[in-house]
Design a protein around this ligand. Sequence first.
Ligand code: FES
Length: 97
Amino acid sequence: MPLLTLLPAGKTIEATEGKTILEALIAAGENFPAPCGDAANCGACHVFVLDGRKSISKMQRLENERLDAMVGVGSKSRLACLAQIGGENVTIELPRL
Ligand code: FES
C-alpha cells in the first residue's frame, strides 16, 4: 500500500493504488477543498507532487488544460482529483492548507 506524505505538515497517510490523491485525502479524513468533486472545473485541488511523480498517472488533456489556465502552477503541479496514485510512495505539497 503506497504512502502519501503531505507537506508542509509532514503527515503521512496510507493510499490505495489506483485511487486519486483526492480520494486518498478524503479517506484519511483530511479537510481538503474540492468544490467541484472530480469534474476538473475549479482547480482548488491543485497540489505539487514533490517525490514519486513516476508513481502518479500521466496527465491527460483535461487536467493539462485546467492547469494551463491557473496561476501559481509549475512543472510539479497536478490536480488531486484527477491524479491517480500508483504503487510507490508519493510526497505532495498542499499549497492551500
Ligand atoms: S476538485 Fe475541482 S478541479 Fe479538482
